[in-house]
Design a protein around this ligand. Structure first.
Ligand SMILES: Nc1ncnc2c1ncn2[C@@H]1O[C@H](COP(=O)(O)OP(=O)(O)OP(=O)(O)O)[C@@H](O)[C@H]1O
Length: 193
């Protein structure tokens, strides 16, 4: 199990704000690693290799009951988890700092021995739409996501994520700049221990 301190940088933000790109970018610079997550949601064409392991609800629930997850959350109809095994694999490579897109919800379960640093990526809707279209999302998909964002329940949830974050980072800068800023936060927080 977890004998030494583990830190997870949890990057949240609205769709298209850069969570995945920034997490990958930080991970590429070394010392802080992305984590493979388990999910019950179906695979999408846009999913990056190595970001998710797709499992059915039976397998997920069994692992949950066997306390195999360091973090678990529900988002709409699907469940997401970070298994201890992934963190332990990192530890074997001397990595104890991780980064991942992650949002804490009211159904979240998390190991309190882990230190979570919550980072919110801030970006205007206009710029997010541009980036989503650039990444190949269809206009219909973008419109659907924006409609969802406007729902009072969803918007309150996002507001809460933002308010509960330890750092708010402006994503309206080059990817390198945002990556370096977040990496510096991760390394600074690691040095506090
Ligand atoms: N700082 C940046 N400057 C320019 N482009 C960026 C920047 N950050 C991310 N992007 C690009 O914007 C697009 C959206 O980023 P990304 O997919 O990481 O967003 P996300 O927050 O993970 O979205 P979602 O929640 O929909 O999965 C991607 O094509 C990504 O490469």
């Amino acid at each position: 199990m977890i004998e030494e301190l583990i830190l997870i940088l949890c990057v949240s933000g609205l769709t298209g704000s850069g969570k995945t790109a920034v997490s990958e970018g930080v991970s590429k610079l070394g010392g802080i690693q992305t984590v493979l997550k388990l999910t019950t949601r179906p695979k999408r064409a846009s999913d990056l290799d190595g970001e998710y392991c797709f499992v059915n609800s039976d397998i997920y629930n069994k692992m949950f009951q066997e306390k195999k997850f360091a973090l678990h959350t529900k988002y709409y109809d699907h469940a997401y988890a970070i298994p201890y095994s992934i963190l332990e694999e990192g530890k074997k490579k001397n990595i104890s700092r991780f980064i991942t897109p992650w949002a804490f919800g009211k159904d979240s379960v998390f190991d309190p021995r882990i230190r979570y640093v919550k980072i919110w990526l801030e970006l205007s809707q206009e710029e997010r739409v541009k980036r989503m279209l650039n990444r190949g999302d269809s206009k219909e998909y973008v419109a659907k996501r924006l409609e969802q964002e406007a729902l009072p329940e969803f918007s309150a949830y996002c507001q809460q994520q933002r308010q509960q974050s330890h750092f708010i980072v402006n994503s309206n800068a080059s990817l390198d700049e945002v990556v370096n800023k977040i990496r510096a936060i991760g390394l600074d927080c690691a040095n506090l221990h």
